[in-house]
Design a protein around this ligand. Structure first.
Ligand code: FAD
Length: 392
């Protein structure tokens, strides 16, 4: 059996490892020329995430590159603290840089997977015994199954399930993050400053304090953005944050030298189906919410379940996809319904900002939120999948 996975982010390489455990080889096609390196720290929490990372053989390696960061201070224009969120609030139990996570999964998957960087799927045609895939760079090949792990703006979802506007709801915000030399000596506890509808934050990289990272969030109507057009993204950020005080003018200046940036709309995917024929969606392509907090955890759990169900069904994709969808709907679906990261990070009015600040300054609220997300993260019963190899 051979799978084609679109996307070498987090869920794609995790799936390549999980399939390899069951003897299923994978080809991973990634539109970027190399693994993407932007983004902030991401975290795993609860027993389920940790047991899946152990099964995939990456937990120890991830622990070795933990950031131990995650604490956050909200300040006013003069740097006076409004509230402070503890490490475990934003950092979960194992926090790593997204780029380290993607790299470690990728390296681990190389034993069972081949990668095609700088390419993409241009066409999918399902036949009786496979899916014929036309690659943008010209070649055509047939695979047994095709998995779209290509993120919120999934190409596979568009090709197999319909246009993005039918699947992605804009939640009224954009997010951007980029690295800069830490010339101003920012500390590892990220500091954030808000005005209604806008948030700017900056903190030193825990593992490389000579580098700092920003996280900017701002309100904005849906626009047709070319996600590869860096110049346009920089212009949108500069316009949105014009006139904002604190460290913002300095941070905006550093944009000039940036050549890799995480930029996206804050959106929620609503896909009525995650599988069709021999094609399935995984990770953000299926259930993403930008900065929803559990994207990486649900991505790796979904990869483990999808591969495990294929092994359990001895490679019968119909049975496996149905079981995968059933299990993941209640797990990932429950989490994503409640997530509203924009309103949480950059409340839209002075009254809502005051309300958020007041709530987050309360220790009981902080504890309740940590307990709630940890409970949701572990709220799935994972079967012990067979270890036999699947033959095609
Ligand atoms: C550069 C980047 C930085 C991120 N940083 C953060 C962060 O700091 N915090 C956070 O919570 N979440 C972040 N995310 C989202 C987070 O990675 C996901 O929520 C989660 O890990 C699920 O991962 P995924 O593999 O489904 O999607 P993603 O991690 O988004 O990976 C999707 C991959 O598919 C690739 N792709 C897109 N289109 C195509 C195509 N046509 N053909 C082939 N490949 C394609 C993308 O280049 C990307 O490598 C980031 C995503 C990206 C792409």
């Amino acid at each position: 059996m051979r799978a084609l996975i679109s996307g070498a982010g987090v869920a794609g390489p995790a799936l390549a490892i999980a399939l390899g455990r069951h003897g299923i080889g994978a080809t991973v096609v990634e539109t970027a020329e190399k693994l993407r390196t932007s983004g902030f720290a991401v975290d795993f929490r609860g027993a389920t995430h940790k047991s899946v990372l152990t099964e995939l053989g990456v937990l120890d390696e991830l622990k070795a590159v933990q950031t131990h960061g995650g604490a956050m201070r909200s300040v006013d224009e003069h740097g006076r603290e409004i509230y402070r969120l503890p490490e475990e609030f934003a950092g979960g139990e194992v926090e790593v840089r997204r780029s380290d996570l993607s790299r470690i999964l990728y390296e681990r998957s190389l034993a069972d997977a081949e990668y095609r960087f700088g390419d993409s799927i241009a066409g999918l045609t399902e036949t009786a015994d496979g899916v014929r895939v036309d690659f943008a760079k010209g070649e055509s090949r047939t695979f047994d199954i095709v998995i779209g792990a290509d993120g919120l703006h999934s190409n596979v979802r568009r090709l197999a399930f319909g246009p993005e506007r039918d699947h992605v709801k804009h939640l009224g915000y954009y997010i951007a993050g980029w690295d800069l030399p830490n010339d101003r000596g920012y500390g590892t506890t990220a500091v954030q400053y808000n005005v209604p509808g806008r948030m700017a934050s900056v903190g030193a990289d825990f593992r490389d304090p000579g580098t700092a990272g920003t996280l900017f969030v701002f309100r904005g109507e849906r626009q047709d953005v070319d996600w590869r057009d860096l110049g346009r993204q920089k212009a949108m950020i500069t316009a949105a944050f014009a006139g904002m005080r604190w460290h913002v003018p300095y941070l905006l200046d550093t944009l000039r030298d940036v050549d890799e940036m995480y930029f996206d709309s804050i959106s929620r995917v609503r896909a009525p189906r995650w599988t069709r024929g021999r094609v399935a969606l995984l990770g953000d392509a299926a259930w993403g919410v930008t900065l929803g907090g559990m994207g990486v955890g649900t991505g790796v759990v979904g990869a483990y379940v999808l591969a495990g169900e294929l092994a359990l069904a001895k490679g019968d994709h119909r049975t496996a996809f149905a079981a995968y969808e059933r299990r993941m709907r209640s797990y990932a679906g429950r989490w994503q319904r409640g997530a509203s990261p924009g309103q949480f990070l950059a409340p839209s009015s002075a009254a809502l900002l005051w309300l958020r600040n007041t709530m987050f300054a309360t220790k009981t609220v902080q504890k309740m939120m940590v307990a709630g997300t940890t409970r949701l993260a572990a709220d799935i019963a994972l079967p012990a999948y067979p270890t036999e190899q699947v033959s095609g």
